[in-house]
Design a protein around this ligand. Structure first.
Ligand SMILES: Cc1cc2nc3c(=O)[nH]c(=O)nc-3n(C[C@H](O)[C@H](O)[C@H](O)COP(=O)(O)OP(=O)(O)OC[C@H]3O[C@@H](n4cnc5c(N)ncnc54)[C@H](O)[C@@H]3O)c2cc1C
Length: 387
């Protein structure tokens, strides 16, 4: 068992780190303050095929695994989390097409997506289907009336929180296509062009400000059956098998680490009472705890990524990583703000942005409460509990 990246993985991570420091850092504060879209940064990620990081080489991507994804994504949120959000969701759409799409979809879309010439966004959540995705209200019906009748589907409803909608070309849209014998909804996924939606609401958010996540509506939108991704009625089960969600805990690791690094730098030079504040034991122990959180979050995230790469079930490991790493981001950002004193509360420093960005992560990708339920279920099962 080795706990360090291979030389190739380390080189990839170092490239991403250099990119974040040289290209993203200098503009991050302005983009966040103005809520401006990081288009040039994402285009450059496209030129480097990082927007096809986990897409097979046969389709123009880099063919890397989830460990590599976690290592790359960790580097971005320290500079600007919204970039990592857009990248993570885009790679998730590409993964769904690669794993469950048709040959035609793979051949026509994945090379363009790898280059970021075609951009994917996720349309899963709705107003009444947040953490409980069994309550989707968006419907898709075959034009002929039954499941296997007609070449077109007609979609009605809305999607809430479609991150990166403004720059996207396609929204992977989940819609009800009937119920099974037990009355449970059957859900099917479609690639719907963004121009088929109406924008309803664009929120101003606490963090992740430079990539917006609007509510959008669909009114009698027709899409061909060739835009369906995966089997009719099986989209939620298929979604559960996607691995690129590892980008969420990886974003948490990145913020937790950035908060630690900034705190070490600040407390090493700031003097009060004739000494560096980093010399107070009360500060040092808190910094030590911040470092523990980063390591624990990274190890859990990389373990889940490694299991995914080896084709092992990641349900428990992923949820553990998600809860731990996103909470580590919140806790470390909060500590960083305290240990920076008053200046940490201003936009002169990045720690206030880390805290605003981190707060999203315990909710997005499913609230941590739900992931704790998943871990608890696995724990009771493993240890033979009755309930
Ligand atoms: C900025 C942003 C970007 C997003 N991007 C996307 C995107 O691109 N695509 C997409 O499809 N979705 C996206 N989402 C949606 C996100 O995944 C949902 O917000 C999330 O699943 C929670 O749904 P909800 O907001 O409706 O909260 P609710 O489901 O209403 O939950 C509210 C709160 O109730 C508590 N809670 C919920 N369930 C449980 C439980 N089982 N046990 C105990 N407590 C519980 C939690 O504290 C939770 O935060 C985004 C959200 C935000 C805010």
């Amino acid at each position: 068992m080795r706990f360090e990246p291979t030389p190739e993985q380390a080189a990839l991570r170092d490239d991403a780190r250099t990119f974040a420091r040289e290209v993203v850092d200098p503009v991050a504060r302005d983009l966040d303050r103005d809520g401006s879209y990081p288009g040039e940064i994402l285009a450059e990620l496209g030129d480097r095929r990082l927007t096809g990081l986990t897409t097979p080489e046969a389709y123009g991507g880099r063919g890397e695994g989830m460990v590599e994804l976690a290592l790359v994504v960790e580097e971005l949120p320290a500079s600007l989390m919204a970039v990592a959000s857009a990248l993570g969701l885009h790679l998730g759409v590409a993964e769904a097409i690669e794993r469950f799409g048709t040959d035609d979809q793979r051949e026509s879309l994945l090379p363009e997506m790898a280059a970021y010439d075609t951009v994917g966004a996720l349309g899963l959540s709705e107003e009444n289907a947040g953490s409980d995705k069994s309550r989707l209200e968006t419907t898709a019906r075959r034009e002929g009336g039954s499941d296997d009748d007609g070449d077109e589907w007609i979609l009605d409803g809305h999607k809430r929180w479609v991150t990166n909608f403004a720059d996207a070309d396609l929204v992977l849209t989940y819609a009800r296509t009937g119920s099974d014998a037990n009355g449970r909804q059957r859900v099917t996924a479609f690639l719907v062009p963004t121009e088929a939606f109406e924008v309803d609401t664009v929120w101003d958010t606490l963090g992740a400000r430079s990539v917006k996540s609007p509510k959008v509506t669909l009114d009698g939108v027709r899409v061909g059956d060739d835009r369906r991704v995966g089997e009719v009625g099986r989209a939620m089960a298929e979604r559960g098998r996607l691995d690129t969600g590892i980008n969420v805990p990886a974003r948490g690791v990145g913020i937790a680490r950035a908060a630690l690094e900034d705190t070490v730098a600040y407390t090493s030079q700031r003097e009060q009472y004739d000494r560096h504040i980093g010399d107070f034991q009360g500060v040092r122990w808190r910094v030590a705890e911040m470092a523990e959180r980063v390591d624990a979050a990274r190890l859990l995230t990389l373990r889940a990524a490694d299991l995914a790469d080896r084709g092992v079930d990641t349900t428990r490991a992923f949820s553990m990583a998600k809860v731990n790493a996103t909470q580590a981001a919140v806790d470390n950002a909060n500590e960083a703000m305290q240990l920076h004193g008053g200046i940490g509360y201003t936009t002169e420093r990045d720690v206030e942005r880390y805290l605003r960005d981190a707060r999203l992560l315990t909710v997005a990708g499913g609230p941590n409460e739900g992931h704790r339920d998943t871990v608890a279920e696995a724990v009771y099962e493993r240890h033979g509990g009755e309930n």
